[in-house]
Structure formats: structure tokens, C-alpha cells
Design a binder for this molecule. Structure first.
Ligand code: FES
Length: 104
């Protein structure tokens, strides 16, 4: 892996388990998710009508849109329920010590 393409986005102590945080990388809002299965990063904008998923809830490995309730799998971005049908982009992460890097 080319480490020049890693960008530090958060520290592991800054987000409790079961919570999310919106980070902006190159002008793009990305939702960093701390699930019980680990850390994942997914686009913050719902693919249905552009609500911010950072205002929704994380339930296990699903994030729920605050506007119309669509669920997305934070592991692969899959749209799991209506009204959303378009998957969201996910981003690989690398964790070194307490530092969380996004792989660009
Ligand atoms: S904006 Fe997210 S489900 Fe409609």
C-alpha cells in the first residue's frame, strides 16, 4: 500500500462504540462509523434525497437515514431498504495505534 495516499481523519478515542462522526476529506463528507464489528467509512449523503446520515442512527452494521428511514450497510454501502436503492461508496481505513487513516 502506498502510504502517501493515507489521510489522518480521527483518533480511535474520539468516537465511542455505536457512534458516528462526519469528516470532510477533499471536500467530500464521509461518515466514520464505530460499530461493534469495527471501523467503517461510508459516504455521508443518503443516495435517496441527500439527507446527512450523520444525523441518523447507527444500529449494528446499519446506518439509518434520518429523513425517510432507509438503511445502508456500513461495510459495503449496500442500500438495504426503501426508499433508497442506490448503494453508497465506502472507503478503506487503516488503523495504526490510535490513529485512523482513510485510504484515498
Ligand atoms: S433521504 Fe434518506 S431515505 Fe430519503
Amino acid at each position: 500500500m502506498d502510504d502517501n495516499k493515507l489521510q489522518l481523519i480521527a483518533s480511535t478515542g474520539s468516537i465511542p462504540a455505536g457512534k458516528t462522526q462526519c469528516v470532510t476529506v477533499d471536500g467530500q463528507e464521509i461518515l466514520l462509523c464505530h460499530s461493534k464489528e469495527g471501523w467503517y467509512a461510508i459516504d455521508n449523503m443518503c443516495s435517496h434525497a441527500k439527507a446527512r446520515l450523520s444525523e441518523g442512527k447507527l444500529k449494528g452494521c446499519k446506518v439509518l437515514c434520518p429523513l425517510h428511514g432507509a438503511a445502508f450497510d456500513i461495510r459495503d454501502g449496500a442500500a438495504l431498504s426503501k426508499p433508497a436503492s442506490i448503494p453508497l461508496k465506502t472507503y478503506p481505513l487503516k488503523i495504526t495505534g490510535d490513529d485512523i487513516f482513510i485510504v484515498l
